[in-house]
Ligand binder design. Sequence first.
Ligand SMILES: [Ca+2]
Length: 483
Amino acid sequence: MIGAVCGAAQSKLNVLFISIDDLNDYISPLDHHPGLLTPNFDRLAKRSVNFDNAHCAAPACHPSRVAVMTGVHPTKSGIYRNLFGAYGPRWRHESKVLEEAVVLSQHFRDHGYRAVGGGKIFHTLQWTPGDSQNDANAWDAYRGDPLDPISADWPRPEFTKTQDQNVGFTGKRPLGRHLFGAAPLSLNASQGDGAVVDWAVDQFKAPGDQPLFLAVGLFRPHIPWEVPQQWFDLYPEAEVQLPEHLKKDLADARSHGREGWHKWVTDNKQWKHLMRGYLASISYVDHQLGRLLDGLDASPIAKNTIIVLWSDHGFHIGEKENWEKFALWDQTTRTPLFIHAPGVSKDGAKTRQPATLTDLYPTLCDLTDLPIPEQCTGKSLMKQIQNPVAIDSRTSLTSFAFHRDGNEPSHAVSDARYRYIRYSDGFEELYDLENDPNEFKNLANELDHAEIKSKLLEGIPKNAATNAGIPQNSPYHRGRRAK
Ligand SMILES: [Ca+2]
């Protein structure tokens, strides 16, 4: 065991486990989109190891989160996509492999921790109350209703028919009744992600006799990009910069099938406006992260708490004519990942070590001297936390089942420099991220890269599970909401 602190009521390290929804690499410690202000991510980066090449296991909320919380990669479980209409841990029946899986919080509880959670850890949405894949039995306590953990914190958005993008979120939108838009929103102190942070800070204050495993799930910058006016004021629309992008970027890449969404954005001249909303939402969540760190720093457990922060996947704001996620490029799958371990991590350093978020479960076990359950498919990142320049031979693996491909998954693999994507129909893409960080030039057919390609191909399992469907007979299945 490491990091015992004299005078503490207990000698085990506490764990602060922070999940952020749909946060990409625009933040200042990673690629730093021009003008974006994220001082609290910088603050966290200074006190942790910054994994510069970390990737989700699947580029969608539900499969990514199940993979993190069980440590089981989709290529084993078959859970590659969002699956709606659940009330409870239906993922245990979506995948036979996961039926008896021990959730990360459960594992800590089983080893003497008090495991508590709040906000979005497993999949749920602001506008789908009662559609949640949380496992209430995996926690000692959960904030609010564990099967409706966030919708009550946000004012119900107005569905309007207007086309004024500053007013409401439906009308002639590309997403039907999904809430795609950007506008200021009034929030009082008991609303939004701030409410979850307030609750988390209270948990730090009276840690009790047991070590604490505290999971805090923040929902922004997930759509809708509605946050208070002060965050929009940081980004006057005229000064907002679009992401670097190339016309006809998809000419040498496989289409994601979602170009219609981007066409709607450009036809309606909404690109800058929506980028502004995303930047404002990131600054809002940066502020909430700052409040969380302030609360920790003022608490009795400030010095003996591991901090892990991750996002469930990356995000596109029009790069490759894509919005949101659901693809396999670096922009889609690369996630922020910061790990601070008192007395262990080389804080302030950055590493290009490829990591998959399924590595988190064994890493946290390693850092707290807990056994690693057999179900885990990832590998501990302890070595890179101690020595960030130590790059081992592992590659990251992100897998996804595109709807057009039926149940056959596609995969993407990164080493410290290159990224290789192999779609289920055999189409290949290879990018040199050192020379081409935007993945503009597909090198897959260039003969001098054949060796790199075949090396990365080894990172794709030969017997990957096919895509799992919705088990209609699961007790946690409730079907699509009527609304
Ligand atoms: Ca997400």
